[in-house]
Design a protein around this ligand. Sequence first.
Ligand code: COA
Length: 378
Amino acid sequence: MTDATAAPPTPAAAGPDERRYSPGLEGVLAGETALGRVDGQQGRLLYRGYRIGDLVERGSYGAVANLLWTDAWDASHRLPTAAVPDPVVAILRALPASAKPMDALRTAVSAWGATQTLDWPPTVEQARALTSFSPSALAAFARLREGKDPIEPDPSLDLAEGFLFQLNGERPDHGTARALDAYFIVGAEHGFNASTFTARVITSTRSDIASAVAGAIGTMKGPLHGGAPSEVVDQLAKVRSVDRAEAWIRGALDRGERLMGFGHRVYRAYDPRAAALRTVAESMEHKPDWLELAIQVEDVALRLLAERHPERAIKTNVEYYAAPVLQGVGLTPDLFPATFSLARHAGWTAHVLEQAAMNRLIRPDVRYVGPSERDVPG
Ligand code: COA
């Protein structure tokens, strides 16, 4: 029996369909997971039961990725970057230098899939191979668009450090590598967010891990999901100084604009990832000079959002403090969304494994609201 025919669909009610519909699937339980627990009310995030703040303090991305894939905690577990296959380099070389890094990364993952044998079911080895390939591919594209050659991975470096090395051609200092590693850890997993859900839907058809991650990258490309940190930088550039903050934010809210780096579908409390990254940003050696402005503007924004939306707690989200960390480690804002995607590879691929292990084709119902049955004119 195939997944598609495993169980009969729920019969639609005769007559008008009275089943409850929740736009955006908000509040709808659409699966079960043992990977990440997002407690939106308390502002807590656990990976396989471990608090995110503790993982940032005591772990590394390699250890966290391994935890997500295997449920085993080994703080010394490392994950170096992997080489980019020649056909993928050729494809990246053929892209226009103006291509968006998210488009290049999505293309690279798709091309990588075409160079691999990715049999069903997906395996931890496939997850590890893809997660360690993508930073090299993004670094290669970032260099190729500037007319430079890609740099081969250094297997002695862990993932975040290796990515910066392949981007810049020199090893980052310890503090810089550690800051990006912390960012990778907080970005690794976050429940049934839109891109993870996409990866699970694709996997549920028994498609392969590269297709699932390519689809997830496409989903994350949207500014409501993964595009905010660079917009946080733009927003702060427009605010310019703390004495202009209140007037600027009031104007933006009056125009119906959204403040980037605030609000979340699940969190009604301060995003614990923002808290962890604020600590990282404040302790960075090369922090951007606008970090102090960001901290002051945050207070004004939270006050005005609370005034505007007393019914809905809109708090700082992860993107707000991702911006100074990513800029502080030397990334240009146009690389921020794709770097977020690199971090989320561990979570996406862990969800692919989990979906495959308890697979059932994801195929919800939709309420038809179009015209009743009619004849084609003529
Ligand atoms: N700035 C201003 N108003 C905001 C807001 C923000 N960042 N986030 C939510 N709101 C307001 C909405 O305008 C809406 O008000 P309305 O009902 O008067 O139109 C209300 O709060 C509810 O918003 P809604 O869009 O239903 O919430 P959501 O759960 O779908 O939104 C986000 C989640 C992330 C899409 C939303 O908060 C947002 O657009 N944030 C800015 C982008 C961002 O930081 N993205 C990164 C997320 S990690």
